[in-house]
Design a protein around this ligand. Structure first.
Ligand SMILES: Nc1ncnc2c1ncn2[C@@H]1O[C@H](COP(=O)(O)OP(=O)(O)OP(=O)(O)O)[C@@H](O)[C@H]1O
Ligand SMILES: [Mg+2]
Length: 417
């Protein structure tokens, strides 16, 4: 295979102008939400329920910050309250909350808990809460670091670093709470906005950093530019250049805001993107996967959320995650091994086929209906060339051996362009 030939798509001028315009929306719109720093005494409350396979949740976590400066990280008193389903006292505040449709603990109970624990500024107070049989409340509190997922790196990184205290949050991303837009104090007056991805316990920071650092200088992947450290040297996450269009899935949502009918995305909405641009994006993604596979690298969690439409109108991959997966995007043989699949080259090809389908159909994500498995055969709207449909259908063949290589997909896309 000739690797010299591999590259991002070469669009004719008109298509390039269109792609660049799509990659530079004039305004940041939801799910980017501007930070409102006008006198809120509490941040929005986040609720995470502990799912149980059959029936209502087994427990929940709620978290919020008291008196934060929303632009400055680590300010205010963070509170995290955990409550399991109460098997001893069936009628109690926690079970009422868990049996409600997505409701957190009621306000009065939260205030009672806060009175007892007196959360500390600049720290996180974690509370285990339970109603006792005689009606009193068991409130066990622990005070720990504001950001418990900050960590020491397993091996040093060559990335330059910035201090967390020098960052100012400008927008949050409602679809990914650990991702936000920031400026640094030193260039707060310039437009140099970056994406800050904070460490979470699921985010394989070490693996991603090692991988990105070893990766040769290719243009298919969007890499972190900086590490974010605190004064004690703990790593809080990474910065990367911000691309306002964000992922391909958000781009499709923005292009078709009315295309959601409450149960799924309506395929076949009037196209907004010219075929040449879509072919260019498909070529960018196929080239990226072909290049990775040529280096024996499996990407893992390929999907429209993990592809960014950049300011130059090209698509690049983010979120390297071998062994990561998203239900609905997995090949059948990968799904059969879950949750322990390591991913595979042919698994990437299956997901590549689905990405190409989403691009052609201008939909944000695959259609899984009620189940978490993609509905096959894929449905096509009018106007999408037959050769493209055949190519994509070959990528999502049930039998991995019948799927083409990424290089073949790339060549087929180039040959038609
Ligand atoms: N450089 C960037 N420019 C614009 N948007 C970005 C950028 N990086 C990430 N995003 C947005 O943030 C979302 C989440 O980012 P990412 O996929 O890296 O995190 P994640 O899936 O939550 O990560 P993980 O699975 O590692 O916890 C993306 O789907 C995309 O919408
Ligand atoms: Mg992701």
């Amino acid at each position: 295979m000739s690797q010299q030939k591999l590259g991002l798509s070469l669009l004719p001028l008109g298509a390039l102008v269109e792609a660049v315009a799509l990659g530079n929306p004039l305004q940041l719109i939801p799910p980017w939400i501007p930070i409102d720093s006008t006198g809120h005494s509490r941040s929005e409350l986040m609720l995470t329920t502990w799912d149980s396979p059959d029936g209502p949740p087994d427990g929940a976590d709620i978290s919020f910050v008291i008196d934060p400066d929303p632009e400055v990280f680590g300010t205010g008193a963070a509170v995290h309250i955990r409550y399991p389903r109460n098997r001893d006292v069936l009628e109690c505040a926690e079970n009422t909350a868990l049996d409600g449709e997505g409701t957190p603990l009621d306000k009065d109970t939260i205030e009672l808990i806060l009175d007892r624990v007196q959360p500390k500024q600049g720290a996180r107070t974690t509370v285990d809460f339970k109603t006792l049989p005689e009606g009193s409340l068991s409130v066990k509190a622990n005070v720990g670091p504001f950001y418990p997922d900050a960590r020491v790196l397993a091996s040093p990184s060559s990335l330059p670093s910035v201090l967390l205290s020098s960052l100012r949050r400008t927008h949050k991303l409602s679809s990914a709470p650990h991702v936000c837009l920031v400026k640094t104090i030193s260039d707060a007056v310039s437009d140099d906005v970056r994406v800050f991805k904070r460490c979470t316990h699921e985010f394989g920071l070490d693996k991603e950093l090692q991988f990105m650092t070893r990766l040769p200088d290719v243009d298919f992947v969007l890499r972190p530019t900086h590490l974010v450290l605190d004064e004690a040297g703990l790593v809080h996450g990474t910065l990367s250049d911000a691309h306002p269009a964000s992922s391909l899935s958000l781009t499709m949502e923005r292009l078709h805001p009315l295309a959601f009918d409450g149960s799924g995305w309506l395929a076949g909405t009037t196209p907004s993107v010219s075929w040449l641009v879509k072919l260019g994006w498909a070529t960018d993604v196929a080239a990226a996967v072909a290049w990775l596979h040529a280096q024996s690298i499996v990407w893992g969690d390929l999907k429209t959320d993990n592809i960014v439409l950049c300011k130059d109108g090209h698509c690049r991959l983010i979120d390297y995650c071998p062994g990561g997966y998203t239900l609905g995007w997995c090949a059948p043989e990968v799904e059969a091994e879950l949750p322990h699949s390591k991913g595979s080259v042919k698994g990437d090809i299956f997901a590549l086929g689905l990405v190409l389908w989403c691009i052609a159909m201008e939909v944000p994500t695959v259609d899984t209906g009620e189940e978490d498995t993609v509905r096959l055969p894929l449905e096509w709207s009018e106007g999408i060339p037959g050769w493209f449909q055949t190519l994509v259908s070959s990528c999502v063949e049930d039998e991995p051996g019948r799927r083409p290589s990424a290089w073949r997909v790339y060549e087929s896309l180039l040959a038609s362009g």
